[in-house]
Design a protein around this ligand. Structure first.
Ligand SMILES: Cc1cc2nc3c(=O)[nH]c(=O)nc-3n(C[C@H](O)[C@H](O)[C@H](O)COP(=O)(O)O)c2cc1C
Length: 180
């Protein structure tokens, strides 16, 4: 499972939520790769620019990102609510999926995506549109957590948060199992 998200804040709840989801996935037997947007430091997407056209210092993170996307059969996307929508840094990462348009498997075709937001549910509809535009499958459970679901050390410790996120991760596992 490839996890994508977090914010640029060091004490990021969405980053902590992503880590919690990926830990649950690992417990269920998934091989996991977490793409934390604060650590990945993607540049801004420039339309019609190939990967090789981006500055040298961005090449390693871009190559890692694109390679993780190409191998993804299941993903978990996490963003905080920013002004009633997904964050800019998250949408910029989605825009880079245009680099997969000409692949034998275009975009995220055949991949299943689970959605997780922080603070409120407002980014979910836009994220779901992105999933479908990118030809991926949407997991039925969509999870919204907030800061009260976490300990001061940013551990997901609310029973309700763990139960809902666990259900989403199990749906992704069931999707993967159904693909053989
Ligand atoms: C620019 C900005 C816009 C925000 N807009 C909303 C919003 O529309 N609704 C909401 O409930 N919280 C909003 N928040 C609060 C964040 O969702 C909240 O602080 C969240 O924990 C930030 O994610 P992070 O901890 O991963 O950085 C906003 C915060 C920022 C910085």
């Amino acid at each position: 499972m490839v996890g994508l998200g977090g914010s640029l804040r060091e004490r990021s709840y969405s980053g902590a939520a992503l880590r919690a989801g990926m830990a649950m996935a690992a417990e269920l037997g998934f091989a996991t790769e977490t793409l934390d947007l604060r650590l990945l430091e993607l540049p801004m997407y420039v339309p019609e620019q190939a990967l090789a056209d981006y500055p040298l210092e961005c090449q390693a993170s871009l190559r890692r990102y694109v390679s993780a996307l190409r191998s993804a059969d299941v993903m978990l996307w996490t963003t905080p609510a920013y002004h009633g929508a997904m964050s800019g840094v998250f949408k910029n990462a989605i825009d880079f999926m245009q680099l997969l348009a000409g692949d034998e498997r275009p975009y995220l075709q055949g991949c299943a995506v689970g959605l997780l937001t922080l603070s409120d549910a407002s980014p979910l509809s836009g994220m779901a549109n992105c999933v479908q535009e990118l030809r991926a499958w949407l997991a039925p459970t969509r999870v919204t957590l907030d800061s009260a679901d976490f300990s001061p050390e940013l551990t997901l410790n609310s029973a309700s948060g763990q139960r809902r996120l666990g259900r989403l991760v199990m749906e992704l596992r069931d999707f993967k199992a159904s693909q053989g």
